[in-house]
Structure formats: structure tokens, C-alpha cells
Design a protein around this ligand. Structure first.
Ligand code: ATR
Length: 262
């Protein structure tokens, strides 16, 4: 019988996880079924429980349930503990395990672009859940300094307070959105500003060699400004594939090659 997987969210129609996992399965010769599962806001926990009771092997979790998935798990990977959010679930020895593969997905996407991470200096704009999830994997990929810039600076400071001890090998700094300056190897937009149509202003005092927009699918002023400077740019589709590959390899023990799916 084909192994059963699903992605759970609300809404869920937009999810591209089933097509990605089916493409990985085809490439690696694994037989699986991967469904979309809609959960009412008050029914997430029971829906997860039912899925694993009915022979489900692994589940991805998307908006708005990643923090609730984190609370539900009995065992967490270190990166999920730091992210305080879980996007990948499975059962082991009767316990629900949780991981967060989003940050490693970003690292894999950047590596596939051949942008250097070792000893690099990165600026991340935004201090929400998306930023929280990527710092630990970036540092473990060799990033030496990360500046976190946010509209609400107190939120960036809180995030650094929460995470710095877990990544002592890197320097984490903060600044306001109106204080963007300095030289960076990569700048990453982790805000939801482009989703709301708001523009982030990248001032001339800020210079960078590469620009990554975590959101995808909509033209973003962040990417437009980076393109005007002539630097290499990329959007979040690679990260989406990367997080899916990471989940697939946890569940199936086989790692598809990201470049085959870009
Ligand atoms: P996510 O889980 O996607 O990170 P989030 O936790 O709601 O979502 O965080 C959204 C991020 O986008 C925050 O850094 C937010 O800034 P604030 O902390 O100041 O709210 C940022 N953001 C959202 N809309 C923005 C805008 N119009 N301009 C600048 N930053 C914005």
C-alpha cells in the first residue's frame, strides 16, 4: 500500500506541497499518496490525531497552525525548538515528533544559487515567525553575522535575546527599518510587506551582493529595487522546494536533488 502523507492548513487550496512530494516520489521511485487536508480553526489537533490514527506517515503543517503543531509535539528537533514553530510531523515509538524545515529550505535554495554562506554577513528584514525559523540553519551553514532589521525594533531585540545563546558562533545585531546601512553579502526580505503591497525602501547607504525575497508569486518592490542595482535576486520558490525536500528526506530517508525541481 502507498504510504500516506498530507499537508494541513486553513486555507489549504493554495498549497503546492502535494505536487512537489509527488514529483519527488516519482524521481526517487517511492510510492506515496499526499493529500491536502483542510482543518477548521478549532479542529487542528483532532485532525492531526485522526490522520496518524489512520496510518498517516507524515504531515506538513502550514498557516495558521505551525505554532499549534509546535505545542502538540512530544519531541522536537533543536531547530524547531528555536523556531517555536513546526511544519513537519511524524510518529516514532508512539510519540509525535516535530521539525521545522523552512530555514534549511532557505539554506538549500541559497546553496543551489551558489551564493556563498560561509563567513558571510546577512541582513534580514523582518522579525516575525519567518525570521525566527531561518537564523539557526543560516548560522549552521556558516553565516558569521546577521543584522535583523524590523519596523518594530523591540520585536527584533526580543528575537535576538531569545536566540543568541543557541548560536554563540555568530553575531546577531538589530536595527530599525530607518537605519538600514552597511555592506552585506545577502539581504533577505522576511517581512509580509510585499503581500500587503507596501514598499520597503532600500537606501543608497545599504549595499549588498545578493537579494532573496522569501515570498513568491507577486512582484515585490524589494526585488525591483535589487534588480535596479544589478545584483542577483531570487524569490521564495526555491525555499519552498527546499523545505519540502527536507521533509521528504526525514520521512523517506532519500534526498531528492533541489536543482532537479527548480
Ligand atoms: P511571518 O510569520 O510571515 O514572519 P509575522 O510573524 O506576522 O509573519 O511577521 C511579519 C513581519 O513583517 C514582521 O517583521 C512585521 O513587522 P512588525 O514586527 O513591525 O509588525 C513585518 N511587516 C509586515 N508588514 C509590514 C510593512 N508594511 N512594512 C514593514 N514591515 C512589515
Amino acid at each position: 500500500m502507498a504510504k500516506l502523507f498530507a499537508v494541513i492548513g486553513n486555507p489549504i487550496e493554495q498549497s503546492r506541497s502535494p505536487e512537489l512530494h509527488q514529483a519527488f516520489a516519482k524521481k526517487t521511485g517511492i510510492e506515496l499518496t499526499y493529500n491536502k487536508r483542510f482543518a477548521e480553526l478549532d479542529a487542528f489537533e483532532t485532525s492531526v490525531h485522526d490522520f496518524f490514527q489512520n496510518d498517516g506517515i507524515g504531515m506538513n503543517v502550514t498557516v495558521p497552525f505551525k505554532e499549534r503543531a509546535f505545542s502538540l509535539c512530544k519531541q522536537l528537533t533543536e531547530r524547531a525548538q528555536i523556531a517555536k514553530a513546526v511544519n513537519t510531523l511524524w510518529m516514532q515509538d508512539g510519540l509525535l515528533y516535530g521539525d521545522n524545515t523552512d530555514g534549511q529550505g532557505l539554506v538549500e535554495a541559497i546553496k543551489a544559487l551558489e551564493w556563498p554562506l560561509e563567513n558571510s554577513t546577512i541582513l534580514i528584514i523582518g522579525a516575525g515567525g519567518a525570521t525566527r525559523g531561518v537564523i539557526y540553519p543560516l548560522v549552521h551553514a556558516g553565516v558569521k553575522k546577521i543584522v535583523i532589521s524590523n519596523r518594530t525594533i523591540a520585536r527584533a531585540e526580543q528575537l535576538v535575546d531569545d536566540i543568541q545563546d543557541a548560536v554563540p558562533q555568530a553575531e546577531l545585531l538589530t536595527c530599525g527599518l530607518d537605519q538600514l546601512e552597511g555592506q552585506f553579502d545577502i539581504i533577505i526580505n522576511a517581512t509580509s510587506a510585499s503581500l500587503s503591497g507596501d514598499a520597503l525602501i532600500l537606501p543608497v547607504e545599504l549595499t549588498f551582493k545578493h537579494a532573496y525575497e522569501m515570498a513568491y508569486g507577486k512582484p515585490s518592490s524589494f526585488i525591483q529595487q535589487a534588480q535596479q542595482r544589478g545584483v542577483p535576486c531570487s524569490e521564495g520558490y526555491g525555499m519552498l522546494i527546499g523545505q519540502a525536500i527536507e521533509a521528504f528526506s526525514i520521512w523517506n530517508g532519500v534526498r531528492p536533488n533541489l536543482k532537479d525541481f527548480l
